[in-house]
Design a protein around this ligand. Structure first.
Ligand code: AHR
Length: 663
């Protein structure tokens, strides 16, 4: 080590040691009086098809516009030779297909090329399943040649790195499949389909999936992204949004019935995030519904979450529609209410019922055990409760077992918020959805937000929130630290807050409309953000009951008087562990004695093990990216204490969890 560096290190060590002397608060945890129950649903996930979260994201399909149903039928495709689009195909709700015919000269080629979503991400050694519905209208067998192509490849003569031939042998529409083992890595490949010979071939629903999807499902999810969700151990899983529930007009609202049944026949829907922000316009952003309600319920089950679907209340996006005539009249909500009842039947109904049978036909005879349902996203004005009331009456009558979630509008305070909360209580909603995308001051000040909420009536679902530190950065460490501080208040108020979901969940680095987001990815890589790790730590160390905690002899009541120290403690009755979460938002390290008030131990003052999980970073602007996904991660170490006091040294701007046995 050079002399100068050594000197700097010594000075740094001395100054750290000096600042670490500062003792501020003493925390005392009463382990004998477990308080409010922490709901298993407490920390969850919010999924919306924004930022190419579904097609081009979690949904592992690699072909864009696979059914030729985009308004411009060949959007996402290039064609050469003799290619025509026809519309009397085998799938009623997706009638378009392409005809590949003789290019008219032996040296010409008829072909199609799909660009994928920002290219097609291919990983060497992995298998990819190409499938297509096809026929030879003249009955004479014909061949197509399928290629994975690297357009930037200069090292070898061939542009393709994988090539297969498929014989189409029937006059009737049939599905043909071929699996290719990728010979190269290519972040932005294209898929090419050539007509071989001169016989005409018709193609529909052209698809390419990695075979190694989450749980190996054929119509599956990208494994790395689904794994990131599973690793959160989310208690609840909200779907499909967000504004996407509402539609820019009612016709384009999310209609769950269009998202189930054979994928080939799920009709395309518009995606409002194509055009909502003109500075992030994506002309090719649509919803294929390949990731539909069946896949959602299945994924919820597989990752251990309670599904929480949100359905349209009959109001089109109110930001985009001032005029009441844009919405479904209150006395004409039957179809919407029926959709809600039928969704419950699809999830839970016996296989003798219409929708329960469809679930079974799709592969899941057992019910999904749906317990929650939200009606309406960010709605406001009297037009919301008057519509919600119609749903509540019908749902309570037929399904009193389902807990209903209402909305408090788009803001976490103000006129609409103050109007809607009592309205939700009047209607008997079980939970009320609150949204707050706010700057850091809000998160620091709001750790006491729920301390004085009424303990009667509906519970809170913090359904969309994230710290937006405008001008500083996005998904950087400091924003996540603010969220960690705020979340002490969620946990402390677990008797009134039953669910919380950070939003949005996913973003493609080349296709985002909204940031920050919890998980970023490109075609082959994924980055778990600092906010992801904060959510994960709360979720993994959730506990079953809040434990009373005092700071300098007074109950912890949020941010006031805490000098930048935020804390919460809970008991995990099942695992017999105590979790103590401490967030230091100051720029100084703090010495914090933490005492457990507990029954006298028989063994006297024997040593006990403490696991310490620490999330910290000296650069508040640092973030994890797809290039550097592991830059900032929680670190674990063990130590032991004697007796019941832990002399904690909490680094500046850090989030720490201590895990101690409660036995
Ligand atoms: O999360 C992005 C959007 O923010 C959601 O669609 C909407 O509910 C909120 O306004």
């Amino acid at each position: 080590m050079k002399r100068n560096n050594l000197l700097t290190l010594i000075l740094l060590t001395v100054s750290l040691a000096v600042s670490a002397q500062k003792t501020t608060q003493e925390l005392v945890i009463n382990t004998q009086k477990p308080g409010a129950v922490i709901q298993p649903t407490m920390y969850g996930i919010f999924f919306e098809d924004i930022n190419f979260a579904a097609d081009g994201g979690l949904y592992a399909e690699l072909v864009k516009n696979r059914s030729f149903e985009f308004p411009q039928a060949l959007q996402g495709w290039k064609s050469a030779g003799n290619v025509t689009v026809r519309e009397d195909g085998p799938f009623e709700r997706n009638p378009h297909y392409v005809r590949l015919a003789d290019p008219g000269h032996a040296h010409k080629r008829t072909m199609l090329e799909n660009e994928g979503f920002f290219g097609i991400g291919i990983q060497k050694g992995k298998a990819y399943r190409f499938s297509v519905w096809a026929r030879v209208p003249n009955g004479t067998p014909a061949k197509i040649r399928v290629e994975l192509v690297n357009l930037l490849r200069t090292a070898h003569g061939n542009m393709y790195f994988n090539q297969e031939k498929v014989t189409i042998d029937s006059k009737e529409w049939k599905k043909y499949t071929v699996t290719m083992n990728a010979k190269e890595d290519c972040e932005k490949a294209v898929l090419r389909i050539f007509l071989e010979g001169t016989e005409t071939v018709d193609l529909e629903h052209v698809s390419l999936f990695p075979t190694d999807t989450w749980m190996g499902h054929e119509n599956g999810m990208r494994k790395d992204l689904a794994q990131a969700l599973a690793d959160l151990k989310p208690g609840v899983f909200r779907f499909p949004g967000g504004c996407i529930v509402e539609g820019s007009e009612l016709a384009t609202r999310y209609q769950w019935k269009n998202s189930v049944g054979p994928v080939e026949n799920r009709p395309l829907n518009q995606n409002r995030w194509q055009y909502t922000f003109p500075h992030r316009f994506y002309a090719d952003y649509y919803q294929s519904y390949g990731l539909g309600f069946y896949e959602y319920f299945l994924l919820s089950e597989e990752i251990g979450s309670e599904p929480l679907p949100i359905l349209s209340v009959g109001l089109a996006c109110q930001y985009q529609n001032d005029d009441l005539s844009a919405h479904q009249p209150v006395d004409q909500l039957d179809e919407y209410v029926q959709d809600a009842l039928d969704l419950i039947e699809f999830a839970n109904g016996s296989t003798d019922t219409k929708w329960g049978k469809l679930r079974a036909d799709m592969g899941h005879p057992k019910p999904f055990n749906l317990k929650f349902l939200g009606i309406g996203n960010e709605q406001w004005g009297p037009e919301y409760p008057e519509r919600l009331e119609v749903f509540v009456k019908a749902l309570r009558q037929k399904h009193p077992e389902i807990k209903l979630v209402g909305s408090s509008g788009p803001s976490a305070s103000g006129e609409q918020f103050d109007y809607l909360w009592p309205e939700m209580n009047r209607l008997g909603a079980d939970l009320v959805d609150e949204h707050y995308y706010q700057p850091e001051e809000f998160f620091l000040k709001s750790a006491d937000r729920y301390d004085n909420y009424s303990r009667k009536g509906a519970k809170v679902f913090a359904g969309e929130y994230a710290c937006h530190e405008k001008g500083k950065g996005w998904n950087h460490y400091h924003a996540a630290l603010m969220e960690a501080a705020f979340m002490t208040g969620l946990e402390r108020n677990a008797d009134v807050v039953h669910m919380a979901t950070y939003a949005p969940l996913f973003a493609h680095v080349e296709g985002w409309q909204w940031r920050p987001d919890m998980i970023w990815y490109d075609n082959t890589r994924v980055a778990r953000t600092c906010s992801y790790y904060v959510q994960q730590l709360y979720s993994l160390y959730k506990g079953t009951n809040v434990l009373p905690l005092t700071m300098n002899g007074k109950p912890v009541i949020g941010a006031e008087g805490q000098d930048g120290l935020y804390a919460t403690a809970c008991l995990d009755k099942d695992k017999e562990l105590i979790y103590i979460k401490v967030v230091n938002v100051t720029e100084e390290a703090l010495s914090v004695p933490i005492t457990l008030k507990e029954k006298k131990k028989k063994g006297g003052t024997a040593d006990r093990e403490v696991k310490c999980i620490r999330f910290s970073c000296t650069n508040p602007d640092a973030e994890n990216t797809v290039d550097e996904p592991d830059k900032i991660k929680p670190q674990e170490h063990q130590f032991s204490i004697t007796g019941n006091t832990l002399q904690a040294r909490i680094p500046a701007e850090s989030f720490t969890i201590y895990v101690i046995s409660s036995k």
